[in-house]
Ligand binder design. Structure first.
Ligand code: NMX
Ligand code: MLT
Length: 397
């Protein structure tokens, strides 16, 4: 475990969610289909609103529509972004990766940290959670505005699209990016909800918890989490998946390829020493239910999209090939294997932006835990390490 990335080592308490290797994620005990059934949507039968997931993760209770609407309103009222945050992003070249711009924007938001002010003012430990709550809600409220600014700056005309007071969190983010198609708005609600939390051990959540443990405020902790999310084996995998799918299409000149052609390309990728992005997982041992619900969304709304059909074919061809390698513990698709083709279908084609969407979503899961960390008086996290010599001695015993 010490040498193997701590796989399988139980080392953290995480209130919001837990991942079962076979079944996948449960948010406060609820599977994704449970959430789709029981959490309020924008309309009857609609996908769960991210505000509902946030309420559930924070309180452990299922909110009703009125409560979720009041949280939407609360987040809108906190969404104003100070001008210097945009200026901090503007100091970077437009060519900077969106995740670099995003972390910079989050760090600029830290200037307004309520926790930092309260700590400097001598707030007692028992009340740490209160400014942490304020920071967390402010951060979650402001992330879509920062994230949309980066998209408009890098890929569009640079003009800010203001928040729409009539829209919920997910729909508003899509709107500020420049999308109005109701199906895309609905996909954004689903996207943010399912990417929000994945228990505490994943790189971004664990990083946020670790960095917050010496009482760094939620902005500092979340910026650190984003830097972990930006790694290709974690959140950047969604970018890598669409890039890889595009490379298949470029190789054969069409997404309508045979199983043999696809198999040949998969082997080519593996033989060049690369991983197949979107496949495998540190905990899951079956198909990620976050993949499955995106597939169901695609079957409902874009069954004939050639890229969706290619993703379906990849799901048939990759697992047996990875299994044959003999070392891959989970040959099945994860969340990132599917999101790109849906975004691409609705016009969000710039794959280098995709990890920002994951980042906005992850704040909805990490934020509640940071509040609970302070409410429960969680200590500074400081595990023990060993030298290699000591480890060899221990193993020899
Ligand atoms: N393609 C090729 N080889 C793989 C893959 C894959 N998709 N997944 C695992 N392996 C290899 C892995 O590189 C390792 O090889 P080696 O011993 O030569 O270093 C071996 O199989 C054993 O790895 P596992 O124990 O199965 O996986 P681990 O828990 O170490 O890593 C991932 C999990 C997710 C990092 C790994 O499966 C991977 O690199 N997947 C592709 C990238 C990806 O989709 N990441 C997104 C994960 C979800 N997210 O959003 O964060
Ligand atoms: C996540 O959502 O964080 C990923 O699936 C990675 C993980 O759980 O380790």
């Amino acid at each position: 475990m010490v040498l193997g990335g701590m796989r399988g080592m139980t080392a953290l308490v995480w209130l919001g969610s837990a991942v079962d290797p076979d079944e996948g994620i449960r948010f406060r005990g609820m599977t994704i289909p449970d959430c789709q059934k029981k959490l309020p949507g924008a309309f009857p039968g609609g996908e769960p609103l991210p505000e509902g997931i946030l309420w559930l993760l924070l309180t452990g209770k299922i909110p009703n529509k009125e409560q979720v609407d009041s949280l939407s309103q609360e987040l809108r009222s906190r969404a104003k972004i100070p001008d210097y945050a945009f200026k901090a992003i503007d100091a970077l070249p437009v060519s900077a990766h969106p995740m670099t711009q995003f972390t910079t924007g989050v760090m600029a938001l830290q200037v307004e940290s309520e926790f930092q002010k309260a700590y400097e003012g001598g707030i007692p430990k028992a009340r740490y959670w209160e400014p942490t709550y304020e920071d967390t809600l402010n951060l979650i409220a402001r992330l879509p505005g920062i994230a949309a600014y980066i998209y408009r700056r890098k890929y569009k005309d640079g003009k800010i699209i203001p928040l729409d007071d009539s829209l919920d969190y997910g729909a508003n983010y899509a709107h500020m990016l420049g999308f109005e198609n109701p199906e895309m708005l609905e996909f954004m609600r689903l996207y943010i909800s399912i990417h929000s939390d994945h228990e505490g051990g994943n790189v971004s959540s664990h990083t946020a918890h670790l960095v917050a443990s010496p009482l760094s405020d939620p902005y500092l902790a979340f910026a650190a989490a984003l830097n972990g999310l930006a790694g290709p084996l974690h959140g950047l995998a969604n970018q890598e998946v669409l890039r890889w799918i595009r490379s298949i299409v470029a190789e054969f000149g069409t997404p309508n390829i045979s199983t043999e052609q696809l198999s040949e390309y998969i082997h080519k990728t593996l033989n060049s020493g690369q991983v197949i992005p979107g496949y495998g997982h540190g905990v899951l041992r079956k198909t990620d239910p976050r993949y499955t619900c995106q597939r169901e969304f695609a079957l409902k709304h874009l069954p004939n999209d050639p890229y969706f059909q290619l993703v379906s074919k990849i799901k048939e061809v990759v697992p047996p090939i990875l299994t044959k390698l003999g070392k891959v513990k989970n040959p099945w698709p994860n969340v990132d294997a599917h999101s790109g083709v849906l975004l691409n279908y609705y016009g969000l084609t710039e794959e280098n932006y995709y990890t920002i969407l994951f980042g906005v979503s992850r704040a909805v899961g990490v934020g509640p835990q940071l509040i609970w960390d302070r409410a429960l008086g969680m200590p500074l996290e400081r595990p023990k390490s060993v030298t290699l010599e000591k480890l060899e001695q221990l193993c020899a015993k």
